[in-house]
Each structure stands twice: as C-alpha cells, then as structure tokens.
Design a protein around this ligand. Sequence first.
Ligand code: ADP
Ligand code: MG
Length: 264
Amino acid sequence: MTMTNKNTTIEKQGILAVENLHVSVAGKEIIKSVSLTFEPGKVYVIMGPNGAGKSTLANALMGNPQYTITSGAITLRGEEITSLPVDMRAKRGLFLSLQYPTEIPGIKMSHFLRTIVNNVRGEGQKLSVLEFQKLLEDKMKQLQIDSSFVKRYLNEGFSGGEKKKSEMLQLMLLQPTFALLDETDSGLDVDGIKIVAEGLNCARRENPEMCIIVITHYIKFLDYLKPDYVYVMQNGKIVISGTASLAQEIEQNGFTKLLEKNKV
Ligand code: ADP
Ligand code: MG
C-alpha cells in the first residue's frame, strides 16, 4: 500500500493517530516511543502504575505547552497536528478532562461555558446569550444538573462530584469527537462515578461517533463504559494491549503480576 492510500484511508475513517511519540517534561524524557490509533465510536482505556506517563500522553495529545514532543507525530484525519496549539486542537474536536480541574474564582460557570463553546464554534457560528442559555438548559436537564449550578464561580468550593459534573457539562456542550478523560473518576464515590459514566453515555447517545479515551484505575468505571480496547502503560511505553478482559485481569492480579508475566 502506498503512503497516499494509507493517508486517504486514515482521513476517511477520521482516525486520531500517534506515531512513535516521544515526549519530554521539564527536560526529562517521559514518553518513549508510543504508537496508537484511536477510531471514532470506540472506547479506549489506558491503565498503568502511577508515574507511567499516562497524564503526559493525554497532555501531549491535547497540546499542553509544558509537554514537549521531541519526536514522532500526532495526526487527526490525516492532518498532522503535532505542533498545533490547544485551541486549534479543540476546534478540531479534541477535549481533555483534567485530573485536577482548577478553581477560578470570579468567573461564573455560565460565562465560562459560553466562552469555550463559542471559541470552539468560531466566527460566524457563535451563539448569542439567549441561544446559549437554551442549549445550556437542555444539557443540564439531560445531566440532571440544577440550574443554580451554573450561577456559581468556576469550580470554586465544588465538591469532587460537582467538579466532575462541570467537566461532563463541558463535554456535552462541546460535543468533541475525541474525548480524553484523565482520571475523571478519581476520588469519587459510587454516585460520583455514576454521574461521570452517565454523562459519557448521554454524550455518546447524542454523538455515537465520539471516541472516548479514558485513563483510569477503577474497574467499576469500566463496567459502565464497556471499553473496546485496553492498554497498559509502564515507563513511558505501552507494554500490554488487550480488550475488556485485560482490565478484569488487572483487577484480579494487579499490575506487578501481569507485567511480570508479560515480560519479554
Ligand atoms: P501518570 O499519569 O501515569 O501517573 P504522569 O504522566 O503524570 O504519570 O508522570 C510521569 C512522570 O513525568 C513522573 O515522573 C512525573 O513526575 C513527571 N511529570 C509529569 N508532569 C510533570 C510536570 N508538569 N513537571 C515535571 N514532571 C512531570
Ligand atoms: Mg496521571
């Protein structure tokens, strides 16, 4: 197959691809040659011990400037996006829900949400205050969020569950094609996990083409999500690839045993 054919196929299928990616943080190489492809409509899970480089990979995909791609490429629908800034990636349908969302006192949720939605929509497609209000109410209803919620300041004094609700609301409003969730479920009780899982499933019902890439430690979360592929990362590399049953194996035996077993 020629290169042109391959690229055309990737473009047609709307794939997000990572090829031979190396990423450094604060001068230290963290990601050491990762190659992965993400297809629309599929659910991917990335697991692995703390410090493996999972968040680094997510940040590099989203274009966080603190994470330097030293070699390799990221392509989206055949277009190379390796050096595009965060906002340009967001415009192309990438979304990252952070492990630790920041509190921004003084900025009302509703104002923040309209700003990000209009930034992603771009000139000529921006929503008026009223149009946005209608959309927001519709999404809040779907997520069963009380209207007083968006009158508060962004993440200020939010409980763990409320922060996640805020992330899910962003996701519902932005309708990304590639939703990256970095331990969105961490520190949540069972109800909180349900909020996130139901939010994701709600977004998927609206947009079945959405690809979900989840970084998580919790098998319970995977019960709701039903992943298509599971990857285990260690020392900046993908060391094991599998399907949902791999996650079960990790839960039963832990990483150490599994990594031992798969040692080459
Ligand atoms: P994981 O998400 O798998 O727990 P991370 O990607 O957060 O792993 O971290 C991998 C390594 O990169 C760790 O050694 C961590 O200290 C380092 N690292 C990640 N982000 C930063 C940063 N912003 N500044 C300095 N070091 C970082
Ligand atoms: Mg992390």
